[in-house]
Design a protein around this ligand. Structure first.
Ligand code: AMP
Ligand code: ZN
Length: 115
């Protein structure tokens, strides 16, 4: 728990959010500024700054997170038509919040390549 991290504070409940899934390891909540009909952020409860900070010891955590993400996608009705998962990483990746987060985007057709 990093006291200055907004996503750590969302996990703890200190900052309100619309949670759609949580367990002892990960939390999923609606993005405050959605860019698609479904826009959910899936994060580990433990503070990891970015994908670039992932360590070998995070293997199980990240596997758990991805499996949880697929459950959320299904519960949001996205599994038939599909969806996109985005992990902005660092400066060039356009990451704004320094707690690793997986954007789950769906409910419309996505363009490629991204900007
Ligand atoms: P990124 O640019 O990949 O770091 O994405 C950060 C995301 O966090 C953006 O899509 C924001 O809209 C979202 N966000 C920031 N603050 C909050 C918040 N308090 N609750 C929900 N989503 C947030
Ligand atoms: Zn954090």
């Amino acid at each position: 728990m990093e006291k200055d991290c907004i996503f750590c504070r969302i996990v703890s409940g200190e900052i309100p959010s619309e949670k759609v899934y949580e367990d002892g390891t990960v939390t999923a909540f609606k993005d405050i500024n959605p860019v698609a009909p479904v826009h959910i952020l899936v994060i580990p409860n433990r503070h990891i700054p970015s994908l670039a900070h992932v360590q070998e010891s995070d293997r199980e955590l990240l596997g758990h997170l991805l499996v949880a993400l697929t459950k959320v996608a299904t519960s949001q009705g996205l599994d038939q038509r599909g969806y996109r998962v985005v992990v902005n990483t660092g400066q060039d990746g356009g990451q704004a919040v320094g707690h690793i987060h997986f954007h789950l985007l769906g409910g419309r057709s996505m363009a490629w390549p991204p900007g």
